[in-house]
Design a protein around this ligand. Structure first.
Ligand code: ADP
Length: 268
């Protein structure tokens, strides 16, 4: 997309020439379109559970629900309410990620993050007899703890959500001379090849119906991607339907001392 501007060049109060300026606004328009799409999606996603809650309440109010069915209706209101809370939390987190600051960096340990993530998903994993495993050395990295936690949390939470009963979820850390690699691997349902390119998009889901275990928001992987990009890393997916998925995150090695050197280089 282009925008064309036409200017007169004036020298000593006289028209000395004309300038035709062509501005490439492709990126600006694309960002604007994405923002509009996101807002439309957000309102749709928020309205769906709310309409369901209002619908249930109306039926009860009008005496159309038999006493024996009240519990089921209360359950529906509760689960749709919880879904709303998750959606709002994810939307807030995503908008905070847009204003991440360098000053939030600290030295973090991936073993520590993994331990905390495993603790918070242990009950879901136990329910489905899914084993949580950490492999590889402890790696320290200079980054934003809260967001790196979200990265590992969302990948592990998905791995459990889309895992198979009696399966496993592994967090594997590896390091090379210049890079650190974090893999989150499951032997769950896998992601069909035709969906793999799109799953990092906001609100994109392979199956439009709510996931079989705990309704997802469709925002988890966009949070993951945002955190990876902020830390100037890369993310890759290897997955096979019915076999399992591995998400591979790669960061350049970075310690607090490197950060000071980077700052010094910036001011030179
Ligand atoms: P959701 O909240 O729906 O889980 P995400 O953004 O986290 O949203 O993931 C997008 C979609 O990618 C999911 O709906 C699911 O279909 C698919 N997906 C993500 N992780 C996995 C996984 N480990 N195994 C299988 N499918 C997955």
């Amino acid at each position: 997309d282009y925008q064309i501007r036409y200017n007169q060049i004036i020298v000593n109060n006289r028209i000395a020439g004309f300038a035709l300026i062509v501005i490439d606004v492709t990126e600006k328009r694309r960002a604007e379109r994405q923002r509009q799409e996101f807002t439309a999606n957000v309102s749709h996603e928020l309205k769906t559970p709310l309409q369901s809650i209002i619908g249930c309440a109306e039926l009860i109010e009008n005496g159309l629900v038999k006493n024996g069915d009240l519990e089921a209706f209360a359950g529906r209101i509760r689960s749709q309410g919880s879904r709303l809370v998750r959606l709002i939390e994810d939307i807030i987190l995503l908008s905070r990620l847009d204003e991440l600051h360098e000053s939030m960096h600290e030295t973090v340990s991936f073993n520590q993050i993994t331990k905390e993530v495993f603790e918070s998903i242990a009950h879901k994993a136990e329910e489905h007899h899914i084993e949580l495993i950490k492999e590889g050395p402890d790696i320290t990295y200079y980054g934003v703890y809260r967001y790196l936690y979200e990265l590992i949390y969302n990948l592990c939470d998905n791995a459990v959500k889309y895992g198979k009963d009696q399966g496993y979820v592994k967090v594997i850390t590896e390091e090379t001379e210049k890079k650190i690699i974090i893999k989150v691997k499951d032997n769950g349902i896998g992601i069909p090849i035709e969906h793999q390119a799109r799953i990092f998009e906001r609100f994109y889901r392979v199956d439009k119906s709510p996931p079989r275990r705990m309704g997802g928001t469709g925002l988890g992987l966009s949070i993951v991607k945002r955190v990876v990009l902020f830390h100037k890393g890369k993310i890759k997916l290897e997955s096979k339907e019915g076999v399992g998925s591995t998400f591979i995150v790669c960061f350049k090695k970075r310690l607090a001392a490197d950060k000071t050197q980077e700052q010094a280089a910036d001011t030179e």
